[in-house]
Each structure stands twice: as structure tokens, then as C-alpha cells.
Ligand binder design. Sequence first.
Ligand SMILES: *Cc1c(COP(=O)(O)O)cnc(C)c1O
Length: 333
Amino acid sequence: MDLSIFERRRYTQWETPIEYLANLTDLLGGPEIYLKHDDLLGLAGGGNKTRKLEFLVADALRQGADTLITCGAIQSNHCRLTLAAAKKEGLHAVLVLSEIIPGSYREDAVGNNFLYRLMNPMEIHVVSGTCDLNIAMLEHAEILLAKGYKPYIIPMGGSNTIGCLGYIACAKEIIVQSEKLGIDFTHVVTPTGSCGTHTGLLMGLRGSGVKTPVIGMSVNNPRDKHIRRIEKLIQHLNEELFRKRKIPITDDDIIVFDEYIGSGYSLPSEGLKEAVQLLARHEAILLDPVYTGKAMAGLIDLVRNGHFKKTDKVLFLHTGGSPALHHYPDYTL
Ligand SMILES: *Cc1c(COP(=O)(O)O)cnc(C)c1O
């Protein structure tokens, strides 16, 4: 599977490290748990959207765009990183933020909101949680076009076919690292929200003939909805980008757990609190309160319930997001 035919910007100097979590492994009594530090990717604050943006921004530049429009929740890591990529490239950025919980947006909030203000996008529009964000972005694109700008819309989470290429590239990086380290990972665990990360990892591994199961821990939607979305992304990738060499994915390849969402997206759960505290206090690793904390809570629960063998080697993908810790201190202490 050759990604060199796709244009790509580079926002990270090196591969992200894989760290063995000896203390957590001991505490839980095995399997061996490893963590891939995608929280250390480039752009302001790092996180998984940086990989997707390498391909998305290259596409925007190829099309001659001068403004990136994207959307997300009010504390969106994806909006922060899209804004950061725009700044790096000398582009304008327009953010459409969805206020899922009415009245929860505050312009002077800390976390990602503070970083938006610091990096200073051209426009921020806050819309109600019931508003269709794709339509809202199209409306802003129309207005910008009429003013002479050349907007490029990046969908929620950067999860379209082009964005998924970022995690196909990550899967290849994992394969090379696993060979260098001499470790055969038996499972890969990732948080999953808009599904681009999960889909990219799965396609990238299978495209290289690697059969390692990829476990997605949903932070928002029920399992069925995620599976349908991942199937659709796979279909589009195969039809649009890999026509000549389709990557076969079977139904039982798509593994999603939806038991760890708690009361909803960006809302706290007991498991979240324990996971964030355990990782901070025993590994000095900062998880985030919306994605990685819940995914780690899921992994811990699966370990306790005997889902893995003691000899398994599980790779947890740290997708970033720790700037949001500052916004939600009471979720974690
Ligand atoms: C967006 C995000 C995810 C989810 O990735 P998807 O590709 O949208 O499924 C996970 N972790 C963090 C920190 C994120 O910001």
C-alpha cells in the first residue's frame, strides 16, 4: 500500500514513541500494556487530528484554498489543531462550534477555548447543539466565497477518506516500530468518535497483511452506529482512493465497545476518573477527560474481566486531548 501518491504536509519531525507501561501492567496483573504517544504529535498541543491534517491541508493547498473551515464541540481538539495547521501554513481559520449542552460555551473558558483565543482564528461561530454543522459550514463557506476568500471545508473530526490516510500512515509506522522493538502487538486499542482513526488503523494494518485486532472504544455513539460509519468509510476509501488494490475488511474485523461512554459525550463516568488518576499517578501520563480517559477505562475493565491473556501485548493509542483537562478538573479529581 503506497501512500506516496498522496500529497502530504509534515507537522511532526519523528515517529511518536511507544512506551511500555510497566507500573500499570503490574497493577493490573498483565497483559503487557504499551502506549503510543500520539499526544506528542506536532502542532499546538498534539493529538490524532495532526496526522489527518497532514493530508487534508495538503489537499486544501493543492486546491488553492486560503481559509480552512471546520467544526466541533466547544472544547474541540480538532478545531484547535485545524486552527494551528492554518497558522502554520499562513491560512485563515473559521471554527463552527456546537454547543451540545445549552449555555455551556464561555468565551473566556480555559483548555482548548483558551488556545483558540491565543492562536486567534479569523472567526468563531457558536451554534446550538441541534444545528446541522455541515449546513452551517456550507453557509459560512458561501459568505466567504462572496467576500473573495477561497474556503476549504474539513468535516467533523477530519474523518473523511483523505483524513483517514493519516491513520493508514500511522498503522504503517506501528508496523515498522513493532519490528524495530521486536514486539508483536496482539491488540491495538483506540478511542473512537468520528471513526477516522479507527478506520485508518484497521485499513493500514490489513493493507499490509497484519491481522492484529483493532478495538475501538466509543466515546459517543452506540456500537451499531459506529460500525455502520466505519463500513461506509472503508467502502469510500476502497472506491475513491484504493480502486486498483482494494483492502479487504470483514465484518468481524470491526470491533467496537460502547459500554464506557457513561452518561454521554464529554460527560464524566466513574471509570474515566479512575483511569485518568491511575495513569497520572503511576505513569505520569496525562490522559484527557473526553476520549483517552474513557478508552483507558474500557481497556482496564476488559483486563479485569479477563478479555486478554497474561501474555498478550496491548498497544493503547494515546490520541491526545490533555489541554481539555484544565477545562474539566472536577471530572478527574
Ligand atoms: C478526535 C479525537 C479522538 C477520536 O478520533 P476519531 O478519529 O474522531 O474517532 C480521540 N481522541 C482525541 C483526543 C480526539 O481529539
